[in-house]
Design a protein around this ligand. Structure first.
Ligand SMILES: [Zn+2]
Length: 490
């Protein structure tokens, strides 16, 4: 067995040479992994990607879990049109101004030019609000808690698979409430769902909080967001939850009769996460050998690789098949790699590339000893487990991997979160280190612009609570109104 393992490792190194090292060139590594692990492919149209089955399966697991969490909190799914008439989009001035540079238009249907051009939705507030204006009349109609799973199109100049593509998949929640307080409560409830989901399922810790006015969603009163830190030190906006106030209600005339028979404009929220989350998972957890998937969103949690030597098809394979059936029956997402056209070593490398959390090896000696070998993708630790204890052992190992991934990401974030008390310290982090910088901010847009120009960095979130140690704005030295986290971002 030892000898065999040595051979397998050398084969596995050959395979791995085909991707760039994560530490050498992070951007290339990212694209290499996506291609090699068969998550997505580029199309001939700029910025448009194809999500391949393995990538789509990760998205399905993300979607299913979030869908469950939305439904548990009273939301229902619906589906609205892909097209938005230009006049609808123009109703909310800030909204149309914010999205104008990214909107794709349909101007012709068949051979006929359209009387009014149609936007392909970049987000659906405009079309959904036009229906809400019809559906909502009385306080009895509230709250409306609707979500939709859909594709949207934003004509992006710079694209990167999963992180920024012209067309992407997402969910967008659109809710309507009778009061500001209820809308704010909903906005924060969703922010909490996103935070919990990222940490518990994706093993990605996020900082969450309010965006500054210049970074908020076009047309919103307030935008909250979740931002994980990527290994190259840049933050990624991974989800947003907006309190829209009455802005859209006024633009679309969404009014309801309150309990005193007075007409009032409604209060709204909207919120979304997208296939960008798949990009975050790839970046945060992967290594030089490829992907590492958190067990909770791994399309395959374990792969069984029978050691194919001698008459393995008569001896090892039936045992491997029985094991496969047993694990499948116990609810694991598992695959039996019984292909005889590849060596075990080649298969080991391929499943490592695909980030399957656990590999189970079974050979003649293991059968003889009534044992199996479990290999942890994270650190390649091998452990022998008794054949009749495999279910419990696998469950435990998957939990450990899930937990360890979160701890590792948390540790990375802590090591890469700095503090700056003045301009020199702030710039020192951007120039010489990487990551998030906690600092004071006076609330002026000028200071945001100055940092954007000098370091291409922005305020990622405003902390809930002001940290009294940061008395001065790190940019201009005036009194600090907030404690914020600055970073470069995607
Ligand atoms: Zn300032």
């Amino acid at each position: 067995m030892e000898k065999g393992t040595e051979k397998n490792q050398s084969e596995s190194s050959d395979f791995v040479k085909q991707i760039t090292k994560k530490s050498d060139d992070f951007s290339r590594w990212y694209v290499d992994v996506i291609k090699k692990a068969e998550l997505a492919d580029y199309s001939s149209m700029k910025g448009i990607m194809v999500i391949r089955p393995y990538g789509y399966e990760i998205w399905e697991l993300i979607r299913d879990q979030l869908d469950k969490m939305f439904k548990e909190t009273g939301h229902r799914n619906a589906y609205f049109p892909l097209f938005i008439p230009e006049s609808f989009l123009k109703k909310e001035a800030e909204h149309v101004e914010g999205f104008a540079p990214e909107v794709a238009w349909v101007t012709q249907g068949g051979h006929e030019e359209l009387e009014e051009k149609l936007a392909i939705r970049p987000t659906s507030e405009a079309i959904i609000c036009s229906f809400y204006a019809k559906w909502i009349n009385s306080w009895r109609d509230l709250p409306v808690l609707i979500n939709q799973w859909a594709n949207v199109v934003r004509w992006e100049k710079v694209t990167r698979p999963f992180l920024r593509t012209t067309e992407f998949l997402w969910q967008e929640g659109h809710t309507v409430h009778a009061t500001y307080e209820e809308a704010e409560e909903e906005t924060l409830r969703i922010l909490d769902i996103y935070t919990t989901f990222c940490e518990k399922y994706l093993a990605i810790p996020v900082i969450s909080g309010l965006k500054s006015q210049s970074e908020k969603f076009a047309g919103a009163l307030k935008t909250y967001c979740i931002e994980p830190l990527m290994p190259d030190g840049r933050a990624l906006q991974a989800g947003t939850s907006h309190n829209l106030g009455q802005n859209f209600a006024k633009a679309f005339n969404i009014r309801f009769e309150n309990q005193n028979q007075e007409l009032e404009y409604a209060w709204q929220t909207s919120w979304g996460v997208s296939t960008r989350l798949v990009g975050a998972v790839i970046m945060v957890h992967g290594d030089d050998s490829g992907l590492i998937l958190p067990p909770k969103v791994a399309p395959l949690q374990a792969v069984i690789v029978p050691i194919s030597r001698g008459n393995w098809k008569e001896t090892v394979l039936p045992e491997a098949q029985a094991l496969f059936q047993e694990l499948k029956k116990n609810g694991f997402r598992v695959y039996l790699d019984d292909r005889d056209t590849y060596t075990p070593g080649w298969k080991f490398a391929e499943w490592e590339m695909k980030g399957v959390p656990v590999r189970i090896e079974i050979g003649p000696k293991d059968i003889e000893n009534k044992q199996l070998v479990l290999v942890n993708r994270l650190n390649r630790d091998k452990c022998f487990v008794k054949r009749d204890e495999v279910t419990a052992a696998l469950e435990k190992l998957l939990e450990e991997i899930q937990q360890r991934l979160l701890e590792r990401a948390l540790d990375f974030r802590e090591k890469n979160t700095h503090e700056a008390f003045n301009y020199a310290e702030l710039m020192d982090v951007f120039d010489n280190r990487k990551g998030l910088v906690r600092a004071g901010w006076c609330e002026s847009n000028q200071c945001e612009i100055k940092i954007k120009d000098a370091a291409a960095a922005t305020i990622r979130v405003i902390q809930d609570k002001k940290d009294e140690r940061f008395k001065r704005c790190s940019v201009c030295g005036a009194e600090a109104k907030h404690t914020v986290l600055f970073a470069k971002s995607y």
